[in-house]
Write a protein that binds this ligand. Structure first.
Ligand SMILES: CC(C)(COP(=O)(O)OP(=O)(O)OC[C@H]1O[C@@H](n2cnc3c(N)ncnc32)[C@H](O)[C@@H]1OP(=O)(O)O)[C@@H](O)C(=O)NCCC(=O)NCCS
Length: 182
């Protein structure tokens, strides 16, 4: 177990459980990912890109819980409401000290502190595993996410222009951020 399951109370009184994902979450994970993609333009995947076979998602969950990885989910009333993944940036000797992190929650639970808790778990896991640097990119106008990352100590180190091209022909830049774990 890479993260101890923990329960938190949401502002509306419901209980949210943060735990490691398991293979049996695959069907719900796809449903949640489709909804998440439909609710925000701040993630790189679109809803239709999650029209995948459950078996493929099961394999992805197993892979995302492999060596140097942690896939967390948050569950409310038995339904998945978000995930947060930590993964190696590569296997080569000179990059093995770096990991990446990504998070996506359904709108109905935004602003409850769940993002902060899952990111803190990710950081704790990464430090314990021995990573020295955690990296992420975020749509430059995603103020809530940038605030959250800066609160946890991430610093800005660059801007990737025109990183997303949306269906309407507009673009978004990605802010590049890193956290020193040493
Ligand atoms: C970004 C995301 C993970 C944040 O999760 P969350 O559970 O809502 O975050 P928290 O409640 O822990 O913290 C949010 C913080 O942002 C702040 N915030 C909210 N809206 C804000 C805004 N417009 N501008 C600045 N800060 C804002 C909150 O006050 C809170 O800060 P505080 O802890 O100092 O009070 C969540 O909104 C999400 O999944 N969004 C959709 C997908 C996405 O954007 N993922 C990130 C891709 S890089």
């Amino acid at each position: 177990m890479k993260v101890t399951p923990s329960t938190y109370q949401l502002k509306d009184g419901r209980s949210a459980v943060i735990r490691q994902a398991q293979e049996s979450d695959a069907e719900q994970m796809l449903k949640m990912a489709r909804q998440c993609a439909s609710e925000t333009r701040n993630l790189c995947s679109t809803e239709s890109e999650y029209d995948l076979p459950v078996e493929a998602e099961m394999k992805w969950i197993i892979d995302r819980n492999g060596e140097g990885c942690l896939l967390q989910v948050v569950e409310v009333d038995g339904e998945l409401k978000g995930n947060c993944m930590t993964y190696p940036q590569g296997g080569r000797l000179r990059v093995r000290h770096r990991c990446g992190v990504g998070i996506g929650l359904l709108k109905e639970i935004w602003g409850n502190g769940i993002g902060t808790l899952m990111m803190q778990n990710a950081i704790d896991f990464a430090k314990e595993y021995g990573y020295e640097q955690m990296e992420l990119d975020v749509v430059s106008t995603n103020e809530a996410a940038v605030h959250l990352y800066e609160k946890l100590g991430f610093v800005r180190y660059g801007l990737q222009p025109h990183a997303f091209r949306y269906e309407d022909g507009s673009y978004a830049d990605l802010l590049l951020m890193a956290l020193d774990l040493r």
